[in-house]
Design a protein around this ligand. Sequence first.
Ligand code: SF4
Length: 469
Amino acid sequence: MTAYRHPAYRSLPEQVAVFRPAQTVFGASAASVTTSAGETLPLADPRVTVLIPSMGETAAQMLAAVFESEGFSAVAHPAADEAILKLGRAHTACKECLPLILTAGTLIHYVRELRRPGEIVAYFMPTGSGPCRFGQYAVFMEDLIRRLEIPDVAVVSLTSENSYAGTNAFFRLRAWWAAVISDALEDIRSLILVRADDPRRGMDIFAGESRRLVSVLGQKDFRTVLAALEASLGRLAAVPGLDRPHPHLPVVALIGEIFVRRDDLARRHLIEILARRGFAVVCSPVSEWILYTNYLVRKNIVRHHLPTLERLKLLLVERYVGHYTRALRRVLRQSGLGPADPIDIDGILRHARPFLSPHLTGEAILTIGSALSEIATSVCGVISIGPFGCMPGRLAEAILTDAMRSPVKTALTPGNRALKKILADFDELPFLPIESDGSPFPQLLEAKLDAFCLGASRLKEAMAGPQRR
Ligand code: SF4
């Protein structure tokens, strides 16, 4: 009391207001956001916007449509560009992984340029555990918000540990439809670029059909979605150039880190570059990662074991996932534009097993398994792309640089005499690892890409059979 009356204390400056970052609070059945002023609002409140960063524009838009139809207000941020990359670099040490730099730039861009007055933002950040930095993205983003004192922006991650922020199983199933359809569209886009008589006109049609499918994903009835997909695929298959068979079209696989392989800026428009050289690209699907994580739970390989109830729920959802996947894939296959084979996680891991333990979970094992299972079987070359310094990417590159040889491939596919014959004249198989920091590719990489395309063309000729030689 005496100290309080002391003249020195009376002359202290007024206390500066302490910044309070907004926070996502996860309840048993729903998530809410506590604003910087301390008000708590449900995540579905109209003042709260779920902001989804782009990882492939159509995929983000489809996910936003699913959120919207569940009563959330959601926005998919447009794809990252040079300005966003610059913003991200300005607010990071630039030693972070490229996806983190781009998603940081995206958030700052939205808050500065696109946010409405009074809007509370819940930034959607996927998260996960495993032997890399992925689990730290959400932590970094919360720290960035605190450092820059951005009011009313919270980070929201859907994981089993927070009961998927109160979203129901049906929401997750519909997010799955979005993943399967956007995965297919990604490859159709590449087909149009390389096969359409008039690629520009083809891309206009593609953009129109993508918009249609984004809006249909706001519907909850699966039959409506399936019918719309069938109709869109019919119109895309009728694009002049795609309406003729191209049995000898060379196709390469684009595998590697999930964000960079799907983001146009991060992969430096590699799909367009390859299309100009006459190659179509199949990009490893996002749904592959989802199936892989479910596989880990099913086989009890995950480090953090799920509570029994969560595990049972996941297994139940998986059964429905199987049902919907078969229906979507049937329509895709019938159109002649979709993948012919289902995603075979067991097969992918079997191809990787001689090189990496399945207990070292993450993207490296998928990259290795996909490369070895697809080469000379469905594709004539494999490009593995990842951010500069990506740990799983470097691990996969180290192994694949040695393993992408015909004796390894034939040993992994014993008894396949046709394959042995195809690979008789090959030792090294066409494989190109790329690390991207978002900058244009250097000349050396351009030269490596030339050599890769040459090797891939040779393998394609061998795969097409003697009539083509
Ligand atoms: S997978 Fe690679 S890019 Fe992604 S967080 Fe891990 S190290 Fe970074």
